[in-house]
Design a protein around this ligand. Sequence first.
Ligand SMILES: Cc1ncc(COP(=O)(O)O)c(C=O)c1O
Length: 366
Amino acid sequence: MHRAAELERQGRKIVHMEVGEPDFSTAQPVVNAAKNALDRGLTQYTAAPGIPELRESLALQYRDWYGVNVDKDQILITPGASGGLMLLANLLVSVGDGILISDPAYPCVRNFIHLMSAEPQLVPVGIAQNFQPNLQQLESYIQSNTTGLWLASPSNPTGTIMERSRLEQVCNWARGKNLHVLVDEIYHGLHYVDDMPSVLEVDQSCFVVNSFSKYFGMTGWRLGWIVVPEPYVEKANVLAQNLYISAPSIAQYAALAAFTDEARIIFEQRREAFRKRRDYLTAALNELGLELSDNIQGAFYIYANISRFSQDSEKFCSDLLENYGVAITPGSDFGEYKSNEFVRIAFTTGLENLQLGIERLKSALT
Ligand SMILES: Cc1ncc(COP(=O)(O)O)c(C=O)c1O
């Protein structure tokens, strides 16, 4: 990103396919609600787990979207999913614990586990498993110190989801092994498949991380949430008070407007735009001979195998940027497993730009 910005300053037109956030700015109803909250002077700390109205709106959303009953007390508003992951790491992970995570995965997850002086136990996932771990793998990667399993569905960087049957199998298995299960559901809403289950539909003893960043288009507002099982509520509240006092107040009042019909229409239009981009890009990349999962059902990422063209994804990305003005992300940002053979391509820019990116990629590869 740094080099892309430098090249832009020199006057080059760069096609950005590396950015991990929606290119749409925050929806107007949310912006208006924020202005209103500012005018009303709602600028103080809130209660540590967040304002009750927002927690209630989320509880209703769990009922509407997934048909699950979550008590609003189980929902804590956090400073982004990042704040939620930090809290849950403190809540669930002790020194020396092993936590099973996918390789590749969102890189901060590994770092949160390291911060607790615990051990990320990487489960290599490839195209054959849709980049999501399966039972046989979990069986072979669990160790004597393993205490938890952290998943993400849809996943960053792969855009693949864990379908209901596998989620059920994996949760049953984890329960049998006495492991806690945490699922990062931050890309829910930005999914392009009918059945996008929350882990809470399958097992209410699991932990969920989510956020207003992606579907709701509020990355800079720093607002997310977690859902914790009832026995953990009190300790989670104490951690919230100590770690960050509360999530940003204006962002919380603004987010109330995210549950209005007016806002929902905008979010759904944006989801449709992402779906069209996904359709275009998967077809175009397949045509160029890059190997992809055929199950990219969420988020705004494609994790593409470039091994036909290069065995060094960092050099591939760097050459593509320098010589063709296209910015994408090397697999090494997300893990170790075959990371030299993969790149992450984000469709967080409009169709026209994506078409230009594909033209340039075609020139680079032929
Ligand atoms: C899988 C995943 N989890 C968590 C985050 C953090 O999101 P935020 O803190 O903006 O809610 C991201 C950001 O890209 C992500 O991709």
